[in-house]
Design a protein around this ligand. Sequence first.
Ligand SMILES: Nc1ncnc2c1ncn2[C@@H]1O[C@H](COP(=O)(O)OP(=O)(O)OP(=O)(O)O)[C@@H](O)[C@H]1O
Ligand SMILES: [Mg+2]
Length: 339
Amino acid sequence: MYRIDIGIDLGTSNVRIFMRDKGVVVEQPSYVAYEEKTKNIIAVGAKAKRMLGKTPEGICVGKPIQHGVISDYSLAERMIKAFVKNGLTKRKIWGRPNICVCIPAGVTEVERRAVEDAVVRTGAKQVFILESAMAAAIGADMDIVETYGHMIVDIGGGTTDIAVISAGGIAEGMSLKCGGDDFTEVLIRYVRRKYNVELGILSAEEAKEAVGSVMKRKNDIYIEVKGKNLLTGLPETIKLSADETVEAFEEVSGQIINAINSVLETAPPELINDISKEGIMLTGGGSHIAGMQKLIATRSQIKVVASEDSESMVALGTGLAGKYIMVQEEIRKSQMEEE
Ligand SMILES: Nc1ncnc2c1ncn2[C@@H]1O[C@H](COP(=O)(O)OP(=O)(O)OP(=O)(O)O)[C@@H](O)[C@H]1O
Ligand SMILES: [Mg+2]
């Protein structure tokens, strides 16, 4: 079994770091604030996210991970370094650590290499790369090596990873470049169109978390959100209802449902049979939008189980993947010998 010292879930919205024998010790938004001219970093994580839309001239807030892959290498590298350093204050590791990091399924070789390089530069001894759906399954303590079908749907910030897992691999899967942040974006667009009011990202996110729904509720609820009237330029408060968000979210939730159904359609019937018994495991921050669990269950005709410690499941899985990675390496070696 490989000893993994540090597991990293390099998410579009949040980076989570698992330290051996400690659990998930870092959970920080994937944001970096830096000086535009010198590129000097001013803040990372929550502190940088709080600066969104409020920075003075010459200071930028960047999001170096987009749709689960690195979009700005230099910022990403420094952000990962800062978080790993932070994790190492929670648990000392002697010598250079072995690090496992996960990536969405279907990324290009270049995107994969960028993640690997950035992690190597934190001072890692060995870097293992794992598909995030596998990490989620390991984190959820599923018996993934056995020939039995499991299904994971991870709605993150910028990606939705859908996978049917059996016999130690992904039998059928899809990674959509769409997730929780797209719900925020469509809400901003909806409010702009309907009320002529521009919402800041943080206000829209807050409204989404408070009343956002993908299915109509029995009793509608409201939230007051502050934005800027586009005609007068003055601050304006609007009353946003949950039912309005259902309308705003339809396109994005429809995409997610279609993707889940198309993975189910292509998966072998025996695996579907297993999944029907166990249920679809739903995880990721985006899965917290009200009604998501029910919508997926209604439209797929399969029960949906929300994971308990949903947010840290992927990071936990990267940290506990040692045994699985060893089995995979052995399979790969024996295949190479056969060839
Ligand atoms: N209570 C909530 N209600 C609605 N949305 C939520 C809630 N909590 C978190 N989110 C959304 O979940 C998303 C972040 O989820 P998560 O941390 O799983 O993403 P990530 O792992 O960083 O991204 P990815 O896996 O796509 O790379 C954000 O869009 C956030 O707004
Ligand atoms: Mg994620």
